[in-house]
Ligand binder design. Structure first.
Ligand code: ME8
Length: 479
């Protein structure tokens, strides 16, 4: 792989105990936006997503559904894969942790950690939360002993397990964080991670007694590899160990629930295996419904495909990227979504595009020179977009683009462009507007890919002359 011309971005691999909800869609859309942002700049992008199948909760879900487990995971993997396809996600790979290429990679990494002396056998007793697929400490539970997130009682587990010497990596992790000041974004999440590591790291149980499901520990058929030790490796599976050595992931996207796994355990595993570390771990907040986290276990979920059918995939993208400020929780309501859609997309971008295209269609427009005020507006928009993208402020990026849309709308109204009698003045005004629309469409490519394509296709310059092909209404109003 050519490391100069490549960008490698990942989403979490999601559990298959249920189908995707808009919380998952949000992370995936954020990653897709960043992938497209690089792609439109001509970079070769590796963008991976996938499913985490080897969890205990997969076994429970298959049982609950009365399905044989392999049939169950195949069916669920299809659902996840096709959901992303229907939402127009541009992932270049889809990892399943039951695939042979993944199992081999996991065993390879396990072998490297073992060879480094970081895997040992010991006795473990702890409270295991299946929702988290992790052990929890008593002081992390509610007063009546429940996991505060999943509202279920963790199970007391006593087993002989393999352990990973996470305690070896406290100092090395702190040094790494010191040298990589933007390893975790937003910054307040990085502070939490640092504080956690400074508090001391305990070794972590990295295997479970073999039940019916999971990747066996090399040379010990009685144990399966802990699902997180298996799942994190998917990022290497995507590109192979050599590929990872040449170019590790630039960005891992996720929500705040799994930052610790990615910013503490994962780098420690990579250090142990003698492999390079990823560039950045970036974390969204949670999407909530009436202030409660949306989650499969709580059953308060919203289906992204249902929303995409009614508002378009771009409508869903716009809402999530515009409404939620990156890193913060965001509350979803259909009311808010409809409001944003009608105000910003139907009346905003959609209406502006229709006005400009209708006016331009009647005119023979030659390529010319922009008026200075348009030069300024375009320059300001591009600068703001560039600046905000480097810190993942998608909402601010879109706000900056919408400033340019409002400017264009005002210009049409104030100039009464449809009434200008002087041909030169009229074509100049239209050239300004068409260029503005064209640049807005180009800027929107990573955010609203379908819409961007439709607008760009409507504006075709042939031998210096503009040919307008008006598309259907971009965003029909929704009642
Ligand atoms: O944790 N708001 O899988 P998972 C925002 N398999 N994002 C949400 C969300 C919400 N309400 N609910 C889920 C796992 N997400 C592991 C990951 S990676 C090596 C292994 C998104 O199915 C968000 O990206 O529980 C969160 O981090 C992820 O789904 C958790 O997915």
């Amino acid at each position: 792989m050519d490391s100069h011309n490549e960008f490698f971005i990942t989403t979490p691999i999601y559990y298959v105990n249920d189908k995707p909800h808009i919380g998952h869609a949000y992370s995936t859309i954020v990653a897709d936006t960043l992938a497209r942002w690089r792609e439109v700049r001509g970079e070769r992008v590796v963008f991976t997503t996938g499913v985490d199948e080897n969890a205990q909760k997969t076994v429970d879900a298959a049982k609950k559904n009365g399905e044989e487990i392999h049939a169950y995971v195949d069916r669920m993997a299809d659902i996840w894969n096709s959901t992303w396809a229907k939402l127009g996600i541009s992932n270049t790979d889809f990892i399943r942790t039951t695939e042979e290429r993944h199992i081999e990679t996991v065993r390879d990494i396990w072998g490297r950690m073992e060879a480094a002396g970081d895997i040992y056998k010991g006795q473990y007793q702890g409270l295991y939360c299946k929702g988290h697929e992790a052990f929890m400490k008593e002081d992390e539970l509610t007063p009546d002993g429940l996991c505060p997130e999943h509202k279920t009682a963790p199970e007391l587990v006593t087993e002989e397990n393999y352990f990973f010497r996470l305690s070896n990596y406290q100092q090395k992790l702190l040094e790494f964080y010191e040298a990589h000041g933007d390893f975790v974004a937003p910054a307040h999440r990085f502070n939490e991670v640092r504080a956690f590591v400074e508090n001391g790291l305990e070794d972590i149980s990295f295997s479970r007694e073999k039940k019916e499901w999971g990747i066996p520990v090399p040379n010990d058929p009685n144990q399966v590899i802990y699902v997180w030790a298996d799942a994190l490796v998917n990022y290497i599976t995507a590109v192979g160990v050599e590929g990872w050595e040449e170019h590790p992931a630039d960005i891992h996207v996720m929500a705040k629930d799994i930052v610790r796994f990615h910013a503490v355990i994962w780098p420690a595993m990579l250090m142990s295996a003698g492999l390079p570390l990823p560039g950045q771990v970036i974390s969204t907040g949670f999407l909530t419904i009436d202030g409660t986290k949306m989650s499969k276990s709580l059953g308060n979920v919203v289906d992204p495909l249902d929303l995409a059918t009614r508002y378009g995939a771009d409508g869903l993208r716009y809402f999530l990227l515009r409404e939620v400020s990156f890193g913060d929780d965001g509350d979803f309501s259909e009311e808010k979504m409809k409001e944003r859609y009608n105000a910003d997309l139907a009346n905003g971008l959609g209406n502006f595009a229709a006005r400009v295209l209708t006016l331009a269609e009647k005119e023979k427009l030659h390529f010319g020179k922009l008026d200075a005020e348009f030069e300024t507006i375009l320059k300001d928009m591009k600068r703001a977009v560039q600046e905000k993208m480097t810190v993942f402020k998608f909402s601010d990026v879109l706000a900056a683009i919408w400033i340019a849309i409002s400017f264009g709308d005002r210009y049409v109204n104030e100039k009464k462009v449809w009434e200008i009698k002087d041909a030169a003045a009229r074509t100049q005004a239209l050239f300004n507007l068409v260029s503005l629309l064209d640049t807005i469409a180009a800027m929107l490519a990573p955010f609203l890919p379908e819409t961007s394509k439709k607008i760009t296709a409507a504006l075709e310059w042939k031998n210096d002359v503009l040919h307008v092909k008006k598309p259907d209404i971009l965003f029909p109003r929704i009642k």
